[in-house]
Design a protein around this ligand. Structure first.
Ligand code: NAD
Length: 290
């Protein structure tokens, strides 16, 4: 397939490499990041998008996605797929899909989970929103870049699935961390706490697969000085998107709102920036109720 790839950063770079390594003809563009091996460098977003069957974008946010969409949709072929894999707000995803549709281009939002490691290993999970026709064309590319792709529904459904999942993740991580800090103060051994909770009704991915306590449970960023992993500022981005969507849909999300507020404080006024999102545990350890 002839593929354009715009946004060759930490995630986009290895994703584009995997597409090229699988034999696709990939042309890439980024404002600053270097062009990865196997990918032909274009001088502009338009040049990367023109004449391609699929154009993948992997960009920082919705405003940048909208700007890039304005540049590339007019030069894209009728029937080509505009596949946005960035994590952006649901409203931007839907606006870009509508703009694409008006130009005869098939829009699809397909944010990912799996992080930089999953991008390099080709084991991402894609959450896709858009038409069946777009999903059929994109599916072989998802199979190269990832291990699972779920067609969640119409445009915006992929972003909706991603932020709902990550809102649960943010809330359960905080709950797990505060429970460990309480257990410490009650004199309960952390390994015993893990043994009980991981096999009882308090279990979750945060506890069982990504335990925030060092030396307890499976290997996780806690065992590596809380080096990310999944950085606290990326969790904050996703929690903010969840609250923006909740505002726009008039949904009551008190736990998500509180999680967003706690990660804001952690990242902006404490030492959370650049640390894994599970470093909420040492944060709670140091605090009392006051
Ligand atoms: P990044 O900052 O490393 O990469 C983004 C790239 O986009 C940068 O290289 C930047 O130069 C480029 N860019 C910005 N504006 C551009 C423009 N107008 N034209 C062309 N290129 C432009 O970020 P990343 O970690 O690769 O994340 C990309 C997306 O994936 C984000 O939406 C992020 O939320 C999402 N995501 C990241 C992770 C992760 O662990 N890093 C996990 C899941 C999802």
């Amino acid at each position: 397939m002839k593929i354009g790839f715009i946004g060759l950063g930490n995630m986009g770079g290895p994703m584009a490499t995997n597409l090229a390594a699988a034999g696709h003809e990939v042309t890439g563009f980024d404002l600053t990041a270097p062009c990865p091996e196997g990918v032909t460098k274009a001088d502009s977003a338009e040049a990367a998008a023109k004449g391609q069957q699929v154009v993948v974008t992997m960009l920082p946010n919705g405003a940048i996605l909208r700007a890039v969409a304005d540049q590339i949709i007019p030069v894209m072929d009728q029937g080509a797929v505009f596949l946005d894999c960035s994590t952006v707000d649901v409203d931007s995803a839907r606006a870009v899909a509508t703009q694409a549709e008006a130009a005869g281009v098939l829009g699809m939002d397909a944010p990912v989970s799996g992080g930089v490691g999953g991008a390099a290993a080709g084991t991402l999970t894609f959450m896709a929103g858009g038409s069946d026709a777009a999903f059929e064309i994109a599916k072989p590319l998802f199979d190269i870049m990832g291990q699972k792709a779920v067609h969640c529904g119409a445009s915006g459904a992929g972003q909706a699935a991603k932020i709902c999942n990550n809102m649960i993740l943010g809330v359960t991580m905080i709950a797990t961390c505060e429970a460990f800090a309480l257990a410490d103060k009650l004199g309960l051994d952390r390994a015993k706490m893990f043994d009980v909770v991981s096999t009882s009704s308090g279990y979750s991915w945060s506890m069982n697969a990504y335990c925030p306590a060092p030396g307890v449970g499976p290997q996780s960023p806690a065992d590596n000085g809380y080096k990310p992993g999944f950085a606290a500022e990326l969790m904050l981005k996703d929690l903010r998107l969840s609250q923006q969507a909740a505002e726009s849909a008039d949904a009551d999300t008190p736990m998500g709102q509180l999680a967003a507020a706690l990660y804001t404080t952690f990242v902006e006024t404490e030492d959370g920036k650049g640390r894994d999102f599970s470093a909420m545990l040492p944060r709670f350890e140091k605090r009392g109720r006051g």
